[in-house]
Design a binder for this molecule. Structure first.
Ligand code: CP
Length: 311
């Protein structure tokens, strides 16, 4: 694998999941693979899980890790070609990406959607800028439109917890006070399309995700109906895609409750706002998989780094 930009870069999903589960059983088995190799993590946005789990994964493989909070500490980057750089931006992506490539063997990037300009967000200027100009492999640690490390961790969690070959999995929109990107939901949808499941998306009207991503996925606007007989309920807020980046409703009736969850397992990528997105009883109950999902972030990242190091 050269780069990990999307869940589709994995190839066969179930083989990747099986390989990650083997790594989880023996995390240090490949501890020589990354000897004298350096992973550089560049954050243009905040993180808890992604930062620590990706570092932990690299440590399991014997890699050195450098971390930079680029958004607050780096020079402001210019991404346009041919621009006269006489305004606030100090450095062009062409130099920045090549310079990082001198110091590291793999670079991982986190750069969220701005949610102001759909076209600009979908161009993925930060991630694609590094992918274009770096001479080393690039890993997506959540970009404008995707969070494939989270989606792989979610696939591992479902594989570990499912009791039937074809579980019912529901992706349910939830209210949130802030406008959030579509990246987690997009990658979860793409991941679910790669496996055998009865997959249903439920959200209020106006919150349709990008139809180029959802394709022919089943969408049910009645949340109660969508949740019937669910085995896994993945809850996530996202802002409107059609009215790009807007919060159209924050209807609290969409919050996940223990009553609505029934016997299903609860999933969320975290961080989560308690009693807005999901009630305490769910997060504190034994049907919640959120800590397992966070733990599996390490083995998702480790699988990706292992494949890059061995390719
Ligand atoms: N789920 C996730 O990516 O968490 P962080 O934003 O804390 O990295």
């Amino acid at each position: 694998m050269k780069n990990y930009l999307s869940i589709n870069d994995l190839g066969h999903l179930s083989q990747a999941v099986d390989e990650a589960i083997q790594l989880k059983k023996a995390p240090y088995h490949f501890k020589s693979l990354g000897a004298q190799k350096t992973l550089c993590l560049l954050f243009f946005n905040n993180s808890l899980r992604t930062r620590l789990s990706t570092q932990k994964a690299a440590m399991h493989l014997g890699m050195e890790v450098m971390v930079m909070n680029f958004g607050s500490e780096g020079w402001q980057l210019e991404f346009e070609d041919g621009t006269i750089m006489d305004q606030g931006k100090s450095e062009h992506i062409k130099e920045a990406a090549q310079v990082v490539s001198q110091f590291a063997d793999v670079v991982a990037i986190r750069a969220f959607a701005g949610l102001q300009d759909k076209e600009k967000d979908e161009a993925e200027v930060v991630l694609n800028g590094f992918a274009t100009y770096a001479s080393i492999p690039v890993v997506n640690m959540e970009s404008s439109v995707g969070h494939p490390l989270q989606a792989l961790a979610d696939a591992i969690t479902i594989a570990e917890e499912k009791k039937s070959a074809k579980p019912k999995v529901v992706l349910s929109w939830a209210p949130h006070p802030k406008a959030l990107p579509h990246a987690v939901a997009n990658s979860f949808v793409q991941m679910m399309q790669l496996q055998d499941a009865d997959f249903v998306i439920t959200h209020p009207k106006g919150y349709e995700l990008d139809p180029k991503i959802t394709k022919d996925c089943k969408i049910v606007h009645d949340q109660e109906k969508a949740l019937e007989n669910a085995n896994f309920v993945y809850v996530k807020n996202w802002s409107s895609y059609s009215h790009y980046g807007q919060v159209l409703t924050s209807d609290e009736n969409w919050m996940m409750t223990q009553e609505k969850l029934g016997n299903a397992k609860f999933m969320h990528c975290l961080p989560v706002r308690r009693n807005v997105v999901v009630e305490d009883a769910v997060l504190d109950g034994n049907q919640s998989l959120v800590i397992e999902q966070a733990n599996n972030r390490t083995f998702a990242a480790q699988l990706v780094l292992k494949r890059i190091l061995t390719s």
